[in-house]
Design a protein around this ligand. Structure first.
Ligand SMILES: [Zn+2]
Length: 88
């Protein structure tokens, strides 16, 4: 029978987090993609302490748009002049 590694509460259904103490019920078996879940950042996201996806996402979209506009301008320049002189 599976038990919580922290408080030994039985966990027959195999929940990821212990229902009794709220911690991870099983010892970590995976490496790379699960490591990030144990960072303070991931914990904060899980607890909804971070307003996740508003400010940073907005900023990201703006940056991406700026980059795309730049790339588009470069391509347009190339189309008009045959080659970019790199100084516009
Ligand atoms: Zn527990």
């Amino acid at each position: 029978m599976a038990k919580c590694q922290h408080c030994s509460t039985p966990n027959p259904e195999g929940h990821f987090n212990c229902r009794s103490c709220g911690k991870r019920a099983h010892p970590q078996k995976w490496s790379t993609q699960f490591v990030v879940r144990d960072t303070p950042m991931a914990t904060a996201i899980r607890k909804d302490q971070i307003d996740f996806g508003t400010v940073s996402m907005d900023d990201h979209i703006k940056k991406t748009k700026k980059y795309n506009d730049k790339e588009r301008a470069k391509k347009l320049d190339k189309a008009l002049w045959g080659k970019s002189n790199g100084n516009i």
